[in-house]
Every structure is written in structure tokens, then in C-alpha cells.
Design a protein around this ligand. Sequence first.
Ligand code: ADP
Length: 248
Amino acid sequence: MKEILKITHLKKKYQTPTEEILALEDISFSVYPNEFISIIGPSGCGKSTILSILSGLTTPSFGTIELKNKCHLAYMLQEDALLPYKTVLENALLGLELSHNLTKENKDYVIHLLDTYGLGEFLNKYPNSLSGGMKQRCALIRTLALKPDILLLDEATSALDYQSSLAISNDIYNIIKKEGKTAIMVTHDISQAISMSDRIIVLTKRPAIIKEIIPIHLETESTPIENRKSKYFSKYYERIWRDLDVHI
Ligand code: ADP
């Protein structure tokens, strides 16, 4: 299968008034259609920097990003980026509005997504009447509204308690699969990465290079919650834990 995204020798140096910070040393990887990729690594190693570069929020110091077949990317903002004074529908339409793509057809598509994923009754309600999971779903639909081929997810569930994080990971995963999207997720949660991913990219500490890229085969082909019950799960967990060389 042909890759839809190819990243080659990505390097990123930040310049602050007092110092130069080399965040990424040399990062190369490809992404294939419908893959779910997780990027994991020690805190501050440069994970979010990769997503910022991919989304165009920051420029690389060196390296190339090739997007094949004119495919495009969208960054999923966190649920707390929902505007409290706008309704659920208005929030979900925000990306389209800002990019001047708010056509009747696109609006109907967003209403269809909200209906399909359990928010149909909340179109005219405000975010404070939604549960954490519903807010996250609304944030995801706001991103899907832009019809991206690749979704970028940054620590999508990090602000949530364990139970909610499990439920919402499941939710996000199912929607992404059902909509036939490719995803690149940054996380520090080893279990979350194993349960959701086709491949996991493990980074070293800053300045980051790739320590290894691990294809995940759990042989359950199921939801992230079910995947955690796979007999292979702990093998992957131990391998990544060792890779990350965590000292406590
Ligand atoms: P991670 O997502 O792995 O926690 P980041 O990509 O956020 O790491 O950051 C990598 C390193 O780059 C950190 O040391 C961080 O302090 C630094 N950094 C990130 N953004 C900036 C910036 N805009 N200016 C200066 N330094 C930055």
C-alpha cells in the first residue's frame, strides 16, 4: 500500500531569548491509509512539536513533509476548546466558519455527524450541558467537519479520569474507524497507545530520534477496551516501558 504521508529527516530547533532548544533531532516515518499511529515518548521530548509541524503551526528547521494525493490534515482541539457561549452546533461548525467553508452541504454533514454520534438532541444546547465524553465527541466532529484525511490528536484524553479516558478513547477510536480516517495521536499513556494503534512510534528523550516503530498485533481486532484483554498486551507494555527507560 502507498503511504499518504511521508516525513523525512525532520529536525526542530526552538530559539528562545536565552537559549536554543533542540526538540527534534532526526525523525522519519511514513503513514499509510486508515492507519492509527501513536507517538509516545518522555515528557518534553518533542511529541507535540511533530503535530505542530504537521498542522503548519510551526515550521521545521530541516526535513520534508510529503502529503500524497492532495490529502489534508486537521488538528483535533481538546474538548476544553469548545466555546461556552456558542451552542453545540455552532461549536461544531466553527472550523468550517473560520475556513470560509460553511456551505449548506457542509452544515448538513455536520448535523448528520452530530445525529449519528448521539448529539442530535443537543444541537441548540451549550457545552456546559454536555458530559466530558459528549464534549470530546463534539470536538472530534468539529474536526471531522473539515473532511480531513488524517486527524492529529494531541493527548486527547489526558485531562480525564481513568474510567472516562477509557470510554472516550473507545468512542474516538470507533468514530475514526467508522468514518474511514487515518489518525496520528500523541500520548504519554502506554496502554492507550497499545489498545488503539496499528503502529507505535517510540521516541527517545529530547532531542528526539525514533527509538523504534512497533507494529501492534493483538489478534483481537476489537475495540480499545476489548484490546486491553489480549494476551499479547503485557508483552508490548513491557517492551515500551523498557524503551522509555522510566525511572521513578
Ligand atoms: P512533548 O509534547 O513531548 O511533551 P513538546 O513538543 O511540547 O514536547 O516540547 C519539546 C521541547 O521543546 C520542550 O523542551 C519544550 O519546552 C520545547 N518547546 C516547545 N515549544 C516551544 C516554543 N514555542 N518555544 C521554545 N521551546 C519550546
